[in-house]
Design a protein around this ligand. Structure first.
Ligand code: ZN
Length: 149
């Protein structure tokens, strides 16, 4: 799957939840935060690919990708494409959120909603990759890839 496909899937999932199901008043700031969080979440699993399109969009991405690559045990479609990876990266995102915006407004529980947007983006990525023949090791450390095709 391509970077754009994952972004589109993430935005579709996020739009369905926030606009149709979880009807809340969204301030312009919160809308921007949700879009960025969903985009980041839908791109994060493929950070395990040093030559991935996402790294091209980050300043000094080729250097950073080689530095963080050892974190991704097993290479592409391994730890980051599992439920454990999902939990670990959601936790890291929450820590990043606390670091960047420690005093988020409590209105509409913004921090939780932004975290949900990241999670939706991430989950949509794993869901979309499960529709490929290669599948994903969703139950890592089990090496068996799960595919829905
Ligand atoms: Zn992927």
């Amino acid at each position: 799957m391509t970077y754009k496909t994952h972004l589109t899937t993430g935005f579709l999932f996020s739009s369905i939840l926030f606009l149709l199901i979880y009807k809340i008043e969204l301030s312009p700031t919160l809308v921007i935060a949700l879009i960025l969080s969903t985009g980041l979440g839908s791109s994060t699993p493929d950070l395990d690919t040093p030559s991935g399109e996402l790294w091209d969009k980050v300043p000094a991405g080729s250097i950073i990708s080689r530095l963080v690559n050892p974190v991704f045990i097993g290479g592409h479609r391994h730890l980051s494409h599992s439920l454990i990876g999902f939990g670990a990266f959601a936790f890291l995102f929450w820590l990043l959120l606390k670091l960047i915006a420690p005093n988020l407004p409590i209105i509409h529980n913004s921090e939780f909603i932004i975290l949900v947007a990241f999670g939706l983006g991430y989950a949509s990525h794993l869901f979309a990759d499960m529709f490929t023949e290669a599948g994903v090791p969703i139950l890592f450390p089990s090496d068996q890839n799960r595919s829905l095709v």
